[in-house]
Design a protein. Sequence first.
Length: 237
Amino acid sequence: MGAGDGPRSDADFQSRSSSLPGIARTDKATTEDAELIRRIRAGERELYYELVAPHERKIYIMAFSIVRNEAEAEDCVQDAVLKALRHLDQFRGESKFGSWLVRITINEAKMRLRKLRPQLFESLDDTDNDEGDEYVPQTLGDWREIPSETLERTEVREILVRAVESLGEIYREVFVLRDVEGQDVATTAQILGISEVAMKTRLLRARLQLRDIVAPLLKNGAILSRQPFKRGRNPWL
C-alpha cells in the first residue's frame, strides 16, 4: 500500500473479489438460486426442477458413496429432492441451496442404509466416531508420484472406486465432498456439521488410507499406461 493509499473498505474488497471469475460465478449461482426459491415459494412449483438440476450429479454421487447401490442411490436422491421441496420454506439461506440439499441427501442415505444393513451401520458407528485414534500410514511415499495418465485407465478407476468404498463412513463422506465434488473447506465442514479442523483431520486420514490401499497396486508396473493424460478430468468419477 502506497503512502497516499487509505485503508481498504469492505466495499472495496467485495468489489475487487466479485471481479474474480470463480467468485463471480458462485455469487451469480447463489443469486439465481435465491430468485428461483422465491418464485417457487410464491407458487411457481414447476421451477423446482430448474433449481435442483445443477445439483443432481453431486447428490447422486454422495448417496451412492453411502448406500453403494445404484438403485438405492437413485431412490435416495428422489426422496431427498422431494423432502427438500416439502421443506423449502424452512431453507433460511444461511448456506448455499446445494449444500443444504447435499446435507438432506446424506441424512436420507444414512437412514436408508440403517434399514438395509443395520449391523453394518452399527459397526460404522462404533469405529468411525473415535476421532482420537491417529491413523499411521503404512508407507511414507507420496502417491502423487504415480503418473497422472495412469489415473485415466479403466482398471485404475475401478481400483479407486473400490478403495473409496472401503473407507469408513466419516472418511468416505469427507473424501467425496472435498476431492470428488470439489466442495471447499467451509462448505464441507458445514454439510457434515463439524469444525473445519475436524474436517481437515478426517480428510487427511482418508487420503492416507486411500494411498495405502491404492499406491502399492498402481506401482506394480502391470497397469501403468503411456496414454496421453487429458487435463481437467476427475479420475474419481
